[in-house]
Write a protein that binds this ligand. Sequence first.
Ligand SMILES: [Zn+2]
Length: 280
Amino acid sequence: MAEPQAGVRVQERNALRVIYYCFPGGKHKVLTMSYDDGRVEDRRLIEIFNQYGIRGTFNLNGLLIREDRVPIEEYSVLYDGHEVACHTALHPTVERCPSEQILRQTLEDREALESLMGYTIRGMAYPNGSVNDRVASLMRSAGIRYARTVVSTESFGMPGDYMHWNATCHHNNPRLMELGQQFCDLFKKQYTYMMYVWGHSYEFTDRDNWQVIEDFCKLMGGREDIWYATNIEIVDYMDAVERMQVSVAGDFAYNPSAIPVWMKVDEQIYECAPGTTTSF
Ligand SMILES: [Zn+2]
């Protein structure tokens, strides 16, 4: 029997390739929005988002019923296609609250919103931007998977800690359009990028500047290389990415999650269907 050509086989077997995860559709940029308090101006904001295909998360206080807020009967229709997330039941500055009350503020908000929306609510925006390690830990215990701060980074990196998720900027940041344009111009596909904008819809009425968000959405909407996602979609997708089981040789991967995951092997993009093995 002839000696196998050992050197050649080793070379073939170990041919090292660059394997990256991608965002859905093989994209490498994601835009997400986050708006707090559920005031009636959310109606106009959502109309603008929907017009340009921009998607976001609306952080609501499940037990705070007031005239200037969207009536709860309207939630499931108005916020359809976006995400409803927690903002605590009554909007206290949670750092000042006893631990038991932080848990109740979180759980009762979740329970109220879940009964209206019909899906589990696992996101949070800290009311009044109030957070410390105790607050984050308690909310995590109450099933919160991510929570947004009021800190702006003016940059496009993915968050290191989803319980301290800092935004790129508030919409009133004078650099909003400049940052938006920078984000649109990013082309280096060896990185993933996120732009995250937050605010309150009533601020556009208070400052009489709805044009700001109109212009921003017009600039950012309808782009082939941007994934338009809610906050929880990003978290859930990154969880599915982490669960991917990729062979050492880099020639196949198993996706144990219930959603598809996109991988890039050298320059080829693969959609790895849920519950199946994909050959590369
Ligand atoms: Zn608020």
